[in-house]
Design a protein around this ligand. Structure first.
Ligand code: GDP
Ligand code: IMO
Ligand code: MG
Length: 453
C-alpha cells in the first residue's frame, strides 16, 4: 500500500469506554470507600503483563522467529516503532514469510493456510496516532543519501523506505497521522500540500504528483478506516479488561536506536525498551519479560563502525552459511564474531530478563570460535561502549578463543542434544552478559528452537 504505510503501526483501540464518563464515582468510593479499593496500577504477579522481544545487536537477530514462537500464547501482537525498514523472516511448515510492517505474529491464527487479504484486514488494527509515510518521504530518503555521499563522502546506507524523513516530519510537527487522514480531508490535503512544498523547496529535483497522491490517499483512507482505532484506549482496555496477553515485536535493534545506537549510523526510532512505552502508550510497570534476541555471531547492514567485523574468509563463511542477505534491501550483511561488549551495553539499556541465542548452527563447522570480550584503546582496556563513532572505529577488540564443536546441531531439540563445546559457548555468553539464555536456535523452523527453561 505505497503511500499510506503507517510509520509506527501499533495496536489500537476498542471503543473508548474507560475514563470517558466524568460522572463516574471515584474508584475508591465504587469499591466501598477507602483507598484499599483503588485498583492497583502495578500488575499483580500472573496478571496482565506485556512481553517484549528486542534486537540486541544491529538487527536481523531472528526477532520474527522468536515472536512467531511466542505469538501462539498471545492475544495481541504489536509493533511499536520503525516502519517497513524492518525485515522479519518466519518459517512455518517449510513455508517462508517475510514481514516488513505487519507484526510477524499475524500468521499465528487458527487458519494459517487461509490467510488472504480479508483475513489480514479483520485481524489488523492500526493506531490513529501512527504517522503516515508518503511517497515523497521515501523519495527524500534516497535524495538525502545522495546528498550525504556528495557532501561527506559517505552515506548511512538507509533502507530508503522513508523512515528518516517521516520521523523528521514528526519531530518538526509537520507530519500527518492516520487520524488526520480519516478526519477532514480538505484540512489533510492542505497540510499534505504544505509538507510536499517544504520538501520540494529543499530538494528542487523532487517531483510530487500532489493531486494523484491525494486521490490515492483518499482511497486508502476508506480501505483502512475499519482497521483504525484509538490506540491509547485500545491498549488501556487490553491491559485492564479481560485478561489479555500482549506481545510486542521490536524492530531494528539496540545498536540502531536513535539515542543509544551507533549514531549517526542508526535508524530514526527508539528500538530499545523505552520505545514500547512511547510507541504504544503502555505504562512501564506493565512490562514483564524483555527478551533480547542475540545472533550467535554479529551482522550489520549499512555503514558504521563494527569492531568485531571479519573482512576475510571467516566473514565470508558466516555470510554464506548464515544466508546473510538483507530481507528489506537484498544487501549483503557484514559479518563478524559475537561481541559481548555490545550485548552488555544493550542489556544495560533494556534490562533483558532472558536471551534467545539464534543461529548457533551456523557456527557448526568452525575449528575455533572467537568472542569479543573487551575493547582497548591505545593498548588499555576501556570499561564502556564509546558513544563517539570515530573512537568506536579505533577500538581494538580483545578476544577469547573457544574450540569449535564441529558437529551438526540442526537436529538438536534439547540441551542434552547439544555438543558440550556448544553448551560451553552458550554458558560463556550467559556468564559474560549476566542474563540466562532461554532459547537456542539451531535452524530456521519453529521446531529448531531449543527451550532451556
Ligand atoms: P529479524 O529481523 O530479527 O526478525 O531477523 P531476520 O528475519 O531479518 O533474519 C534472521 C534470519 O535467520 C531469517 O532468515 C531466519 O529465518 C533465520 N534464522 C532465525 N533463527 C535461526 C537459527 O537459529 N538458525 C538458522 N540457520 N537460521 C535462523
Ligand atoms: P530488522 O527489524 C538491519 C539499518 C539500515 C541502515 C540504518 C538506517 O529486520 O532487524 P533506515 O532505513 O532505518 O533509516 O536505515 O539502519 N536498519 C536495519 N538493519 N535490520 C533492520 O531491521 C534494520 N532497520 C534499519 O540498514 O544502516
Ligand atoms: Mg531483519
Amino acid at each position: 500500500m505505497s503511500g499510506t504505510r503507517a510509520a509506527a503501526a501499533a495496536a489500537a483501540a476498542a471503543a473508548a469506554t474507560a475514563a470517558s464518563n466524568d460522572r463516574a464515582p471515584h474508584p475508591a468510593a465504587a469499591a466501598g470507600g477507602g483507598g484499599g479499593g483503588l485498583k492497583r496500577l502495578r500488575s499483580e504477579p500472573g496478571g496482565n503483563r506485556v512481553t517484549v522481544v528486542l534486537g540486541a545487536q544491529w538487527g536481523d537477530e531472528g526477532k520474527g522467529k522468536v515472536v512467531d514462537l511466542l505469538a501462539t500464547e498471545a492475544d495481541l501482537v504489536c509493533r511499536c516503532q520503525g516502519g517497513n525498514n524492518a525485515g522479519h523472516t518466519v518459517v512455518v511448515d517449510g513455508k517462508e514469510y517475510d514481514f516488513h510492517l505487519f507484526p510477524s505474529g499475524i500468521i499465528n491464527t487458527k487458519a494459517i493456510s487461509l490467510i488472504g487479504l480479508r483475513d489480514w484486514e479483520k485481524r489488523l488494527i492500526i493506531s490513529d496516532r501512527a504517522h503516515v509515510v508518503f511517497d515523497f518521504h521515501q523519495a527524500v530518503d534516497g535524495l538525502q543519501e545522495v546528498q550525504r555521499q556528495a557532501q561527506e563522502g559517505k552515506n548511512i546506507g538507509t533502507t530508503k523506505k522513508g523512515i528518516g524523513p517521516t520521523y523528521s516530519s514528526k519531530a518538526a510537527r509537520t507530519g500527518l497521522r492516520v487520524c488526520d487522514l480519516l478526519s477532514d480531508f480538505n484540512e489533510f490535503s492542505s497540510r499534505f500540500k504544505n509538507l510536499a512544498h517544504q520538501y520540494k523547496s529543499m530538494f528542487p529535483s523532487l517531483e510530487v504528483d500532489t493531486e494523484g497522491q491525494l486521490k490515492k490517499l483518499k482511497a486508502y483512507a476508506e480501505k483502512i478506516r475499519p482497521m483504525v482505532r484509538d490506540g491509547v484506549y485500545f491498549m488501556y482496555e487490553a491491559l485492564h479488561g479481560s485478561p489479555k496477553k500482549i506481545l510486542v515485536e521490536g524492530a531494528n535493534a539496540a545498536l540502531l536506536d536513535i539515542d543509544f545506537g551507533t549514531y549517526p549510523f542508526v535508524t530514526s526510532s527508539n528500538c530499545t525498551v523505552g520505545g514500547v512505552c512511547t510507541g504504544l502508550g503502555i505504562p512501564p510497570q506493565y512490562i514483564g519479560e524483555v527478551y533480547g534476541v542475540v545472533k550467535a555471531y554479529t551482522t550489520r547492514v549499512g555503514i558504521g563502525a563494527f569492531p568485531t567485523e571479519q573482512i576475510n574468509e571467516i566473514g565470508d563463511l558466516l555470510q554464506s552459511r548464515g544466508h546473510e542477505w538483507g530481507v528489506t534491501t537484498g544487501r549483503k550483511r557484514r559479518c563478524g564474531w559475537l561481541d559481548l561488549v555490545i550485548l552488555r551495553y544493550a542489556h544495560m539499556i533494556n534490562g533483558f530478563t532472558a536471551l534467545a541465542l539464534t543461529k548457533l548452527d551456523i557456527l557448526d563447522v568452525l575449528e575455533e570460535i572467537k568472542v569479543g570480550v573487551a575493547y582497548k584503546l591505545g593498548g588499555k582496556r576501556i570499561p564502556y561502549f564509546p558513544a563517539n563513532q570515530e573512537i568506536l572505529q579505533k577500538v581494538e577488540v580483545e578476544y577469547e578463543t573457544m574450540p569449535g564443536w564441529k558437529t551438526d546441531t540442526t537436529s538438536a531439540r534439547k540441551w542434552e542434544d547439544l555438543p558440550p563445546k556448544a553448551q560451553n559457548y552458550i554458558r560463556f555468553v550467559e556468564n559474560h552478559v549476566g542474563v540466562a539464555v532461554k532459547w537456542v536456535g539451531v535452524g530456521k523452523s519453529r521446531e529448531s528452537m531449543i527451550q532451556l527453561f
